[in-house]
Write a protein that binds this ligand. Structure first.
Ligand code: SF4
Ligand code: SF4
Length: 80
């Protein structure tokens, strides 16, 4: 991955609001998992759907994302 892409991903990870989402749980928090819209669903955790904040996320706005529950359903690309 080119260095500038890594820097952008790192910035998006910081901006990702998943940790404030009601669906976000201790399993995801333990690994600091986030940015599921780009990096795909959680590889290890299971969830109860309690709402998804993705539609209000600045990353979703920046990348013009339209889907939700990326942590469960996979990345925007995988949901096409
Ligand atoms: S759209 Fe969802 S998964 Fe993607 S960065 Fe925002 S809160 Fe995280
Ligand atoms: S992808 Fe959506 S449902 Fe999953 S933790 Fe992030 S904001 Fe919540």
């Amino acid at each position: 991955m080119p260095e500038d892409t890594s820097a952008i991903i790192a910035q998006y990870r910081v901006t990702c609001i998943c940790p404030t989402c009601p669906t976000y749980n201790e399993c995801m928090r333990a690994d600091d998992q986030r940015l599921f819209c780009v990096q795909g669903r959680s590889p290890t955790c299971t969830f109860d759907k309690k709402g998804c904040l993705c539609p209000t996320c600045p990353v979703a706005r920046a990348l013009q994302l339209k889907k939700s529950y990326y942590c469960i359903r996979g990345s925007e690309q995988e949901q096409k």
